[in-house]
Design a protein around this ligand. Structure first.
Ligand code: MN
Length: 325
């Protein structure tokens, strides 16, 4: 594909357009935090959304951005695409998303089932399997491609992944691109009492245990629970926070949140009390809102329209480097 055609024709671009989200701006308006010494309130429990394909390899539910300004509600998180478990048949055709650029964000991919292979224009390459995470800081700009790992692709099987975009603060938008592969056993962890489960700390900290990624003011947990697990934790009241039920089923502060549901927490103090009805995997997100203007266009998230135009020009002029598709 010619560079100039990318923004019109890319599968990713059209996927974003398909959810009604080619361009957006935020309206800066802070929610007032409330003090509540009891349980943290639940703002919404979102049902699984319709799915759409990203490239030919990811069948995702998009929880945000959702065209209703929700990415601002979850700032600094900007996008949450969840490929709930689906069976991909054996294939000889590469499945995934071909070469495309990013600037101004970090993309984080969690693998739950199956395997994904990454290559980027900085020469980074990695394969992530169940439990692993790839953390790519696009920063000032990078090209990457994301495909089902070749052996998995040929054999087919259960596939479950999610991808998050974190919007970078203005001061770090143009930071050099970076890639980190975090294998499941490397994630610092906190064992819940009585074998109820494990909190794997991806970023930030949980009860004093720090994750290996300390990007900005973010907490991110990969929580694996046994049936009957029953525990509570807290997150900073001013942090935008949510919980994705990847597998299993829980109640959060006595409200039911089945598999593939996303729980939006209120910005207030209070315990988050989780009970697992069965074996469960959760992804918990919490981050300090950026409170900066932004403009997004396809794979770019910047602070102004001029910066978006610059990103498009830089991309068309080959400044993001080269990567063979
Ligand atoms: Mn990408």
């Amino acid at each position: 594909m010619k560079r100039k055609d990318f923004l019109k024709k890319t599968i990713l671009g059209s996927a974003l357009a398909a959810v009604g989200f080619p361009i957006s701006r935020n309206l800066i308006g802070k929610e007032k935090s409330q003090t509540n010494t009891g349980k943290r309130g639940i703002e919404a429990i979102c049902s699984p959304t319709n799915t759409h394909m990203v490239g030919n390899g990811f069948k995702v539910m998009n929880f945000f951005p959702n065209g209703k300004g929700f990415e601002e509600r979850m700032s600094p998180f900007f996008l949450l695409d969840f490929n709930a478990e689906v069976n991909f048949p054996a294939s000889d055709i590469a499945q995934g998303v071909g070469v495309h650029p990013h600037r101004g964000i970090e993309t984080i991919t969690f693998a739950y089932k199956g395997a994904v292979e990454h290559h980027d224009s900085k020469g980074n390459h990695g394969i992530i399997h169940a439990g692993d995470i790839q953390w790519m800081t696009a920063g000032g700009g990078v090209l990457h491609k994301e495909y089902h790992e070749q052996t998995f692709n040929r054999s087919g099987g259960a596939f479950e992944m999610l991808q998050l975009w974190i919007n970078l603060p203005k001061t770090h938008k143009m930071t050099p691109a970076k890639y980190q592969s975090i294998k499941h056993p490397e994630k610092p962890k906190v064992e819940l009492p009585n074998g109820q489960g494990v909190v794997h700390v991806v970023a930030g900290e949980y009860e004093g245990t720090k994750g290996s990624c300390l990007p900005f003011s973010i907490h991110m947990y990969d929580i694996h629970l046994e049936a009957g697990a029953d525990f509570s934790f807290q997150l900073p009241k001013e942090f935008n926070s949510g919980i994705l039920v990847v597998d299993g089923s829980i109640s959060v502060n006595d409200k039911k949140a089945p598999e593939n549901h996303y729980v939006q927490l209120k910005n207030e103090e209070g315990q988050i009390h989780i009970k697992a009805d069965k074996k469960t995997i959760l992804m918990v997100l919490s981050g300090e809102p950026l409170n900066e203007p932004y403009v997004s266009y396809g794979p770019f998230v910047m602070n102004t329209e001029e910066e978006i135009k610059q990103a498009i020009d830089d991309y068309n002029n080959g400044l993001f480097g080269f990567l063979q598709d």
